[in-house]
Design a protein around this ligand. Structure first.
Ligand code: SMG
Ligand code: MG
Length: 366
């Protein structure tokens, strides 16, 4: 396929409710969409970088800039396949979220031309995937219980609570007392230090599936040490940026579950390699989320349908995030989302919605 143009489109969508984590509160989602044109085909992808570099070092304006100046020029005009994109972009260090978006857009165009769904291409074995929901830090425990109650009423099959020092044992205890059997896990987004091991061990009595990323992303050894004190399984998110990182963390005893986010690791092809490496080592994986619109969600749901993904993901319905999604909404049915079956990612942006939420478009041509 010859890539003739890369269109970068910035969109801004209000979230249905503020989402508070240990690194800040999101009230709107500014998203960079990547649209490639190639041999009469087109492909779409969503870059998962947040507006500010607070989850990882990448951020929307930075991803936009690196694609314009350094990544898109390496693809434009070249005759390539999606499987070659990572190699062509490898001379540029880092910027995995930006690279993932380009690779996914090229892959979408390639699969649309071939008439193959992303799910089939990746090797999906499920036609629907169980949905979990990530619940932000709330102003009070009663407010949290109300939020969890309504998500469970909608049918979500697993609850993840965001935690930070001062908002951990008490909310976990309250949710566990009210729903003794619900699948429950927590995510700290690096908010703790090695000195908090004894405190985090207090969560052990609540039967959590896992504690996600308690320590700094660079502190793999710290997670291994923590795993000696805390009985709840440790799951790494921010620390894992490649299959090499995953194998290293597993071998060091730092993680026994892995949150796979395709943007964080450079794309769906690397995600598949991580899933395989984890499965070989008896480590469960699940698909994380970055408050994606329907464009990114479609591809994540395809990934979550692979056999290695044995835990419910942060793949919630469109309505958990947006009053109006960019695509036909993903709807929860019986606690599950259907895996798209159409060619490529299997969804298209709705032109009217896209026009309404677009804040800027840049076209880069070869
Ligand atoms: O997409 O449902 C979602 C959000 C899931 O909690 C979620 N993501 O660290 O796993 C995580 C966070 C990162 C993004 S928070 C804005
Ligand atoms: Mg996380």
């Amino acid at each position: 396929m010859r890539i003739s143009a890369v269109e970068l489109r910035r969109v801004r969508l209000p979230l249905v409710a503020p989402f508070r984590t240990s690194f800040g509160t999101q009230t709107t989602r500014e998203v960079l969409l990547v649209h490639v044109l190639a041999d009469g085909a087109e492909g779409w992808a969503e870059c998962v970088a947040l507006e500010e570099p607070v989850y990882s070092s990448e951020y929307v304006a930075g991803a936009h800039a690196v694609i314009t100046a350094h990544l898109a020029p390496r693809l434009l005009g070249a005759d390539l396949t999606a499987e070659e994109v990572a190699t062509l972009l490898a001379p540029v260090k880092g910027h995995r979220m930006a690279k993932a978006a380009l690779e996914t857009a090229v892959l979408d165009a390639q699969l649309r031309t071939a008439g193959t769904s992303l799910a089939a291409y990746l090797g999906a074995t499920k036609t629907r995937v169980p949905a979990g929901v990530s619940v932000g830090i709330m102003a009070s425990v009663p407010a949290l219980l109300d939020a969890v109650e309504s998500y469970l009423a909608e049918g979500y099959l697993r609850i993840k609570l965001k935690i930070e020092p001062g908002w951990d044992v008490e909310p976990v205890r309250a949710v566990r007392e009210r729903w003794p059997d619900v699948l429950l896990q927590v995510d700290a987004n690096t908010a703790y230090t090695r000195a908090d091991a004894g405190h985090l061990a207090r969560l052990d009595e609540y039967g959590l599936l896992l504690i996600e990323q308690p320590l700094d992303e660079d502190d793999v050894v710290g997670h291994a040490l923590l795993a000696r004190t805390v009985r709840t399984p440790i799951c790494l998110d921010e620390s894992i940026e490649s299959v090499g990182d995953a194998v290293d963390a597993i071998e060091r005893g730092a993680t026994t579950v892995v949150n796979v986010k395709p943007g964080r690791v450079g794309g769906y092809l690397e995600s598949k390699r991580i899933a395989a490496a984890c499965a070989e080592r008896g480590v469960a994986v699940w698909c994380g989320g970055m408050l994606e619109t329907g464009i990114g969600r479609a591809a994540n749901v395809a990934l979550a349908a692979l056999p290695e993904f044995t835990l419910p993901g942060d793949t919630s319905a469109s309505s958990r995030y947006y009053a109006t999604d960019l695509t036909a909404p993903f709807v929860l049915r019986d606690g599950h989302l259907d895996v798209p079956t159409g060619p490529g990612i299997g969804v298209d942006p709705l032109p009217d919605v896209l026009a309404e939420v677009t804040t800027g478009v840049e076209v880069i041509e070869g």
